[in-house]
Design a binder for this molecule. Structure first.
Ligand code: F6P
Length: 361
């Protein structure tokens, strides 16, 4: 096996599990292939600025302890902006000037699309690993970070249940996910939400109010928990967002909107409060599930470089890692919730309101 100098980077929004993936790549590449591994800080920015940090088993340890297995975020830093293509020539040259023989990129569909494009242009040896709390990357059942974020939201819902019950309140919890409702649906089921609103299924405010009324009259339950995905639209079909100083659209506000509609939809009946979980969902420690998947995916990515299976992505299918073509992944992403899939049916079977399935044509 020839000696290689392999780069690794993390791109897009961070999430728990990135550091365990880095750890797995470094361990397998060094222990089993005797390769050199360098971390590229801040993804394409590091390539642009020709920066690489040496990663090895001893410089990753602190007092003999390997913290990467449980550390949230990414020690390499990340960027979540899609404006890199203007500098593509310089970024492409960075790969060669840093002497890389391969690159493992951990990213969501947006980052992987940009990196795939650069790899094609620059003839890089690229292998992708999917990560995103949104879990919307195609051809993989799970992406790194999703399981941890679902656990964080589920724990938050449990905290809210106690205070909701004490004050007989309707708690509206806005969660991330962009255009996909996976996070809301999974955590809503796991946390026992009464209403789950996702971008894929239309809803009606009177139906939500009726659901809460029913909980009171039929089950004597005076509080309710509503989980709403940030990508849900208003009744008029408008997304809730603001534009930041860089001109980027940031989803936010649908939780407040739903709370107000429920409040005024049944005046004086329901006291509502809103929690926007925000980046708490991306923080915290990686779950055991994410750690195991990160270890397997990291190992598989190194093996793919060794077998020269470039422009591919490690995917998680049937409980184990497999390989798919990056191009096929990018063509089919993002993957949204199937409105008639088993999870929506499960939620409905538990009495949860998940919107008006009948109104989907
Ligand atoms: O794609 C992951 C994600 O966390 C989305 O769920 C969310 O809308 C977005 O990133 C937030 O991005 P940023 O960290 O740039 O605000």
């Amino acid at each position: 096996m020839s000696q290689k100098r392999v780069g690794i980077l993390t791109s897009g929004g961070d999430c728990p599990g990135l550091n365990c993936t880095i750890r797995a790549v470094v361990s397998h590449a060094i222990l089993n292939y005797d390769w050199e591994v360098v971390g590229i800080p801040y993804a394409t920015k590091g390539l642009l600025e020709r920066q690489a940090m040496s990663l090895n088993l001893s410089n990753l340890a602190v007092h003999g302890i390997d913290p990467l297995i449980s550390l949230g975020g990414t020690i390499l830093g990340s960027i979540n902006r899609g404006d890199t293509l203007a500098q593509s020539k310089e970024i492409i040259a960075g790969y060669r000037e840093l002497g890389l023989d391969g690159l493992i990129a951990i990213g969501g569909d947006g980052s992987l699309a940009i990196l795939h494009h650069l790899a094609q242009e620059g003839n890089w040896q690229l292998v992708g690993i999917p990560k995103t709390i949104d879990n919307d990357v195609a051809l993989t059942e799970k992406s790194i970070g999703f399981d941890s974020a679902v656990n964080t939201i589920t724990n938050a819902l449990h905290c809210l249940i106690f205070t909701a019950a004490s004050h007989d309140r309707v708690m509206v919890v806005e969660v991330m996910g962009r255009s996909a409702g996976h996070l809301a649906l999974h955590s809503g089921i796991a946390g026992g939400a009464d209403v789950i609103l996702i971008p894929e299924i239309p809803y009606s405010i009177p139906a939500i109010c009726e659901k809460i009324t029913q909980l009171r009259s039929q089950r004597g339950r005076k509080f309710a928990i509503i989980v709403v995905a940030e990508g849900v639209k208003t009744q008029e079909g408008q997304p809730s967002f603001y534009i930041d100083s860089l001109g980027q659209k940031r989803l936010r506000g649908i939780g407040q909107y739903i709370a107000e509609q429920v409040d005024f939809g049944s005046p004086g009946s329901f006291e509502t409060r809103v929690t926007v979980l925000g980046h708490v969902q991306r923080g915290g420690l990686p779950s055991a599930g994410d750690r195991i998947m990160a270890a397997s995916m990291g190992k598989t990515a190194v093996d793919l470089l060794a077998k020269e299976k470039y422009n591919s992505m490690v995917a998680w299918q049937n409980g184990k890692p497999t390989t798919v073509a990056l191009e096929a992944v990018l063509k089919a992403s993002p993957v949204l919730v199937d409105p008639s899939g088993y999870l929506v049916q499960t939620a409905r079977s538990l009495g949860t309101y998940v919107g008006e399935l009948d109104s989907i044509k």
